[in-house]
Design a protein around this ligand. Structure first.
Ligand code: HDD
Length: 738
């Protein structure tokens, strides 16, 4: 098999030829004469990094069979030196991630809003690279941590790269970038013992939050199920900040960017998330990889909320405040284009790990607002790459290269790849025809929107920034009952893990400002009570001289809004495409029934996976064996969306297996669709799952389908339940009394 070692990477848009210098590696492995050394083709022969074919890669060079190794062994030294330097610093935040290539296309020209070429030409397909991530954990941490997810998109446009570096939540913890290092120090593992990994449920995080009221809205999102997505493919994305769109006439409007997944917005439950973290910490990474490998390409629509310049002050909150969102009920999201992820990276390190996103990578037609969080980010991203990727030439790494031509007078530096001919590396010049030449606006030159700016130099924020609770309340009150329950349980869990009593008490005071019932429910599980008139909780995020005192706990002028768009449950569940169903089979299983079920699932893009008592051949009732890819030991129902127990000669044996009982019990507890036929029903009974028609004392469960045979009725009921994602009404019985 031919080995690919191109620095241009077949795996990403090709850069313009004038900058694509060939590497030593390419030159070294392409020589024809190598073919004569072995039976292998020339480009498969093992060489040093300098192209020398290696004769023995099994033994180091020694002075005699039993003698010491020799310093002369250049191959040993090169190999081990390279190995010693294989690691680069992981990202200080968002270290754990997964990437994919794809394309973006706008539905129709948005030229009235922006002059950005990729948003004005529906015929143009723009290549993209997307990296999803968690924030707090290290590179090897679990995918299912309760955390914000990064959603970073690099558009390789004809006018340069545009990076939309967003999250799966539309607001942020802090209002000003100056607090970012504090936030991250608080949430990362505690510095004395580096515990806990990838978790916010510890004292330093909640200590910080409990004296930072501006975090309350984001904390509601973090405690909601949005923080434990079912899949990267089933998350919304948000640019968070207010940006500007500028059209060819120079008219500017404010804009919030959204990504709306076509598979719906779905999450797992917390107990499930914790179990997935043990059973398959790569769950989201695997899910994304497999969907793309199978050709079931994840898709999102790009959404815009556009606000006219004249309406800048039309809201009770400030558009520059990243702890506030614009309710979709006030400004609808227009869906303007589609993102499709259609290709897995060839090499994780070269592409996903070395991808360098920067919120400052914009193209003509897109501009910034004065959001103080955004402004600070404009500094941070290039700065961090200098350390992480080792110097100023990280833009030359294939995954980061623009497809637009790059010409400038920047030269040299560590690991420079581009070979620029000629003497002139300055401008203006006369020796080089004054090139590279500046581009006029009409020739595509980026011109910053000429926003008038005036004011005293101050370290202050606008008054409405000090309303910390209104939108937190709006978020909580917009959730459906099960979503509120999950949020309450998450707070009980997280604060229950906090050892410091003062921190717990302060948090209850904050919750009381958001919603009294919420505070009471959480307090109860912490052994606390909410005072009849809850005191104002502390706010340490004010300057030492108290100049911001007047603004503390300011209340929004807007009437209370309940925003359906904030509830995942209020949204269309989406198709069952790519949903995974575990089918438990034992020897003598109902082969025709399982085939009918698999066919029905496949017809809607979902897939059945056979789980046997062991991996490998399991006999069907007609004597034909099928290979089970999973056994009850190698997998778990938390890794599937739904579970079926098939009838068969040995199906009743499942009921005696503790692992099988756990399998279906978890599926039921996590509100998933279940089906069982014939003797398979015994397993549901062993797990105390109400199987309708079998136990007259219990009401039928809308997401448990049972029958003697795998009838059309059983399959239809099961598939409908799968389409509803989860049957949350099962849950109340599982809760502590509130
Ligand atoms: Fe950030 C990475 C998103 C605030 C500093 N950030 C990073 C990534 C995402 C975000 C998705 C990972 C990119 C990738 O996959 O490589 N960050 C956000 C959002 C924010 C935000 C949506 C608020 C709205 N970030 C933020 C602030 C600062 C940073 C206020 C610093 C002042 N972020 C960084 C960083 C990182 C980063 C240190 C780490 C690795 C990197 O940039 O390339 O520069």
């Amino acid at each position: 098999m031919a080995r690919r070692s191109s620095t241009n990477g077949a795996s990403r848009p090709q850069p313009s030829s004038d900058r694509g210098a060939k590497s030593d590696q390419d030159r070294g492995t392409k020589g024809n004469q190598l073919a004569s050394f072995t039976d292998h083709p020339a480009d498969t022969i093992l060489t040093t990094n300098h192209g020398l074919p290696i004769n023995d890669d099994q033994n180091s060079l020694k002075a005699g069979e039993r003698g010491p190794s020799l310093l002369e062994d250049f191959h040993l030294r090169e190999k081990i030196t390279h190995f010693d330097h294989e690691r680069i610093p992981e990202r200080v935040v968002h270290a754990r991630g997964s990437g994919a290539h794809g394309v973006f296309r706008v539905y129709k020209s948005l030229s009235s809003l922006t002059k950005a070429g990729f948003l004005t030409d529906p015929a143009r397909e723009t290549p993209v690279f997307v990296r999803f991530s968690t924030v707090a954990g290290s590179r090897g941490s679990t995918d299912l941590a309760r955390d914000v997810r990064g959603f970073a998109v690099k558009f390789y446009t004809d006018e340069g790269n545009f990076d939309l570096v967003g999250n799966n939540m539309p607001v942020f913890f802090i209002q000003d970038a100056i607090k970012f290092p504090d936030l991250i120090h608080a949430v990362k593992p505690e510095p004395d013992n580096e515990i806990p990994q990838a978790a916010s449920a510890h004292d330093t995080f909640w200590d910080f939050i409990s004296v930072m009221p501006e975090s309350m809205h984001m904390v509601m999102w973090l405690m909601s199920d949005r923080a434990i997505p079912r899949s990267y493919r089933m998350m919304e994305g948000f640019g968070v900040h207010t940006f500007r769109l500028v059209n060819a006439r120079g008219t500017s409007r404010f804009v919030k960017f959204h990504w709306k997944p076509l598979l719906g917005v779905h999450s797992v439950v917390w107990d499930e998330a914790q179990k997935i973290s043990g059973k398959d910490p790569d769950f989201h990474r695997r899910d994304l990889w497999e969907a793309i490998a199978e050709g079931k390409f994840p898709e999102w629509e790009l959404g815009l909320q556009v606000v006219e310049e004249k309406d800048e002050f039309a809201f009770g909150f400030d558009l520059l405040d990243p702890t506030k969102l614009i309710p979709e009920e006030l400004v609808p999201v227009q869906r303007v284009g589609r993102l499709t992820l259609n290709r897995n990276p060839d090499n994780f390190f070269a592409e996903t790990e070395q991808a360098a996103f920067h919120i400052g990578h914009v193209v003509p037609g897109i501009d910034f607002s004065n959001d103080p969080l955004l402004q600070g980010r404009l500094f941070s991203y290039t700065d961090t790459q200098l350390l992480r990727l080792g110097g100023p030439n990280f833009h030359e790494i294939p995954i980061n290269r623009a497809i637009a031509p790059v010409h400038n007078n920047q030269r040299d530096g560590l690991m420079r790849q581009t070979i620029v001919a000629g003497k002139v590396s300055y401008g203006p010049n006369s020796l080089g025809n004054n090139e590279p030449a500046q581009a006029s606006a009409s020739a595509g030159g980026f011109v910053t929107f000429a926003e008038p700016v005036e004011g005293a130099k101050v370290r202050q924020r606008g008054a409405s920034f000090f309303d910390h609770y209104s939108q937190a309340r709006m978020f909580f009150q917009s959730q459906s009952d099960p979503e509120q329950q999950h949020l309450v349980k998450a707070l009980r869990f997280e604060l229950g893990k906090v050892k410091n009593l003062d921190v717990r008490e302060r948090m209850v005071l904050h919750l009381a400002q958001i919603d009294r019932d919420l505070a009471k429910s959480v307090a109860k599980a912490l052994g606390l009570t909410v005072p009849a008139k809850a005191a104002q909780p502390p706010n340490r995020s004010v300057p030492a001289d108290g100049s911001a005192k007047d603004h503390q706990h300011h209340q929004l002028a807007d009437p209370a809004i309940v925003s359906e768009a904030l509830s995942m449950r209020a949204q269309v569940p989406g198709p069952i495409t790519t949903r995974k169903v575990a089918v438990l089979i034992a020897d003598g299983f109902d082969a025709v029934g399982v085939a009918a079920l698999s066919k029905a699932l496949a017809a809607q893009g979902a897939a059945a996976f056979l789980v046997g008592p062991h991996v490998g051949p399991v006999l069907g009732d007609a004597g034909k064996a099928v290979a089970a890819p999973f056994s009850i030991l190698t997998t778990s129902s938390v890794l599937f969306d739904a579970v079926v127990v098939a009838d068969g000669a040995r199906a009743a044996d499942w009921a005696k297996e503790a692992d099988a009982v756990e399998f279906v019990r978890d599926a039921y507890r996590h509100c998933k669709a279940l089906a069982a036929t014939g003797a398979g029903i015994k397993l549901l009974e062993a797990a105390d799952i109400p199987a309708d028609g079998k136990d007259g004392n219990r009401p039928a469960d809308a997401a448990v389908a049972v029958g003697e045979r795998m009838s059309r009725g059983v399959i239809e009921k099961f598939v409908t339940a799968l389409g509803n994602h989860r049957l949350w009404s099962r849950e109340p019985g599982l809760h502590l009394p509130i």
